[in-house]
Write a protein of this length. Structure first.
Length: 364
């Protein structure tokens, strides 16, 4: 019996999903290690609380617990809020609850964090919308630039005919039209849907170029380390665009760390053969085994901002335009890959998954 209990406990601790048991009064009776990590609290601390302490007020998860206790069977709640400021902050997860027949009133709760498959599906489902936005951006760029040229030209013609005090106003008009034109030029990048010019690219050569640029711009402020898998095969992509991706990510990390006071930046690469992505409209599944991560030890990205961090005009910088990460997402998408932001205890990780170069077998 003791051996069986030890085996059961070992299996419970090995489960990757947070799991907790509550009694008939919703008091927490047991948690596994994944649950401790999720709520950022020890098992001893969690057992001093109830489910109401872990779930926000009126959370559907609380109703799911009650239904599992009263009705039996398995009750699922999808995309529900869980966590409080005291225990790790609120997050959106799926919750599965089930009553235990041998222990009346006791309910087992399994927390299912957003999976990579869901992230793939989210990015794929928004590709059509992204194309619509790109088309609108191209149209607006054309329609905005034409009157801007007229406004700037009129201001230049007026400048010699007005007095010194009014001349500063004509100069202001020219400067502001130039600023708007530059912003429109940046937006036009998102409307470029030309096929990607691909070739085999050594991702470590790309990262070496980024490293040189970052260290040249911040010679004394950043400690940059590398942890590479030297056996990685080439990625199928565009060298210059991939440099742009990781340069944008590295620059963001450096700015977040306030590099004048020092900071640690890390590039890592790895081979993850189990990651595959279904291609819409076909039965083909594309493998995305090449993983590149940019890690920093800055303040990190706020939890509520992470789902939208790759949307245009979303930024936490006081002077930021919110286009850098949107461009990263577009380029990675054009390469058939996926990018995500992962929060850590300190800092943030931007993880890029890319396909490898397809090898064409030559006929004999």
């Amino acid at each position: 019996m003791i051996a069986d209990e030890q085996l059961a406990r070992s299996i419970l601790e090995a489960l990757p999903n947070p799991l907790l048991l509550v009694d008939g009064k919703n008091r927490i009776a047991m948690v596994n290690s994944a649950c401790e990590d999720f709520f950022q609290a020890s098992a001893t601390m969690l057992r001093k609380n109830t489910a109401e302490d872990l779930f926000p007020f009126s959370s559907p998860a609380l109703e799911a617990i009650a239904r599992a206790r009263d009705e039996g069977g398995v009750i699922n709640e999808y995309a529900t809020s869980i966590g409080t400021p005291r225990f790790g902050g609120e997050r959106i997860v799926d919750v599965q609850t089930t009553g235990l027949g041998d222990m009346p009133g006791t309910v087992l709760i399994i927390i299912l964090r957003q999976s990579m498959a869901q992230k793939f599906d989210f990015q794929l489902s928004h590709r059509g919308a992204a194309r619509s936005v790109s088309g609108m951006a191209a149209m607006l760029a054309h329609e905005i630039k034409n009157p801007l040229f007229g406004i700037r030209g009129a201001a230049q013609l007026l400048e010699p005919t007005v007095g010194p005090q009014d001349r500063s106003l004509t100069r202001l008009i020219c400067d502001e039209t130039d600023r708007i034109r530059n912003l429109v030029d940046q937006m036009e990048v998102f409307s470029d849907e030309r096929p990607l010019e691909r070739q085999p690219v050594n991702i470590h050569v790309v990262l070496d170029r980024v490293r040189q640029i970052i260290l040249a711009a911040n010679p004394n402020g950043v400690t940059l380390t590398e942890n590479y898998d030297p056996s990685l095969p080439p990625v199928s992509g565009n060298h210059d665009q991939l440099v742009q991706v990781f340069l944008n990510l590295a620059k963001n990390a450096v700015e977040a760390m306030n590099s004048d006071q020092g900071g640690k930046l890390e590039f890592t690469t790895a081979f993850r053969p189990g990651v595959k992505l279904a291609v819409p409209g076909s039965s083909e599944r594309v493998s995305l085994p090449l993983e590149v991560c940019v890690n920093d030890d800055g303040p990190g990205v706020e939890e509520e901002l992470r789902p939208f961090i790759f949307d245009p005009f979303i930024t936490s910088k006081a002077q930021g335009k919110g286009l850098g990460l949107a461009l990263v997402a577009k380029i990675v998408r054009d390469h058939g890959g996926v990018v995500e932001c992962i929060g850590r205890e300190r800092g943030a990780t931007f993880r890029v998954l890319l396909p490898l170069e397809k090898r064409v077998e030559k006929a004999d």
